[in-house]
Design a protein around this ligand. Sequence first.
Ligand code: C2E
Ligand code: MG
Ligand code: MG
Ligand code: MG
Length: 278
Amino acid sequence: LAKADGRARYAVFDATRNAQQLLRYGLTGRLAGALERGEFELVYQPLVSLVEGRLRGAEALLRWRHPDLGTVSPNTFIPVAEQSGMIHALGRWVLRESCTAAAAWQRSRPDTPLLVSVNVSPRQCTDPRLLEDVEHALTDSGLHPANLQLELTETVLMQSTGRPVQTLRKIADLGVRIVIDDFGIGYSNLAYLRHLPVHGLKLAGAFMAGIRSLASDHVDEQIVETVIRLAHTLRMTVTAEGVETADQAGRLAALGCDLGQGWHFGRPIAPAGIPALR
Ligand code: C2E
Ligand code: MG
Ligand code: MG
Ligand code: MG
């Protein structure tokens, strides 16, 4: 027991340098069968129009209910799933689940179209089968393509091969919306995005710290204002992520931002709760 204890302590010490790697090592085996065991769950966070304050849809956020660790964050297990290749099966499951949930919203609120916004990881985007997966998720659920939105990170579109862009173009041709997630923390420039099948941007939550008050002259706010204006010129919509206060929501509305998402509007919830929101 003492030996095991010592080893455990060593592992903890080592973790201060290699936390990610150790954690991933421990999770990889368990993750492999998690889909079959039904340990994944999707929760949905409201997307709200800033001017009218009305529900426009929700982002699907993945959770892993680990039997020992409790709920594991996607920031921890998505990189592991990408590395192992499991992301393809997992991503397919996420697409199907999300489209099925949104088709149910559509049935319970036929006159107010609600978007479901689905995160797609970089490795999924380089797989041409993504197109088929999207098509199947739409036909099997009966969801209207215009009510599906895919969230990609900007690095995917900056890849030189052009393969992901071809696949995304075909997906966009189905009528599905494509947005750039966490915009502003990477390298994309808006002028370049103009040539890509991109319908909108989600401003990284990191900007929200600079969006504080009506009299704010913080430089982040000026950046946000410039991005919104340029995005609109390119006919793209802008969603602000990580909106935590009423002040931020009001300021973003004044800056012309289209949609907001964050704790101020609502935490992620089970899919059945979404159609009841206004
Ligand atoms: P993301 O797509 O940028 O999602 C936004 C994250 O911000 C979510 O974290 C959400 O819970 C959190 N958030 C929402 N409102 C607030 C707020 O007001 N303040 C703050 N501080 N945070 C807020 P979550 O659910 O832990 O997801 C983390 C990331 O994992 C996501 O970032 C996304 O990149 C990835 N992810 C989630 N679900 C999936 C999935 O199904 N597939 C893939 N490939 N990636 C996923
Ligand atoms: Mg996202
Ligand atoms: Mg984001
Ligand atoms: Mg993210």
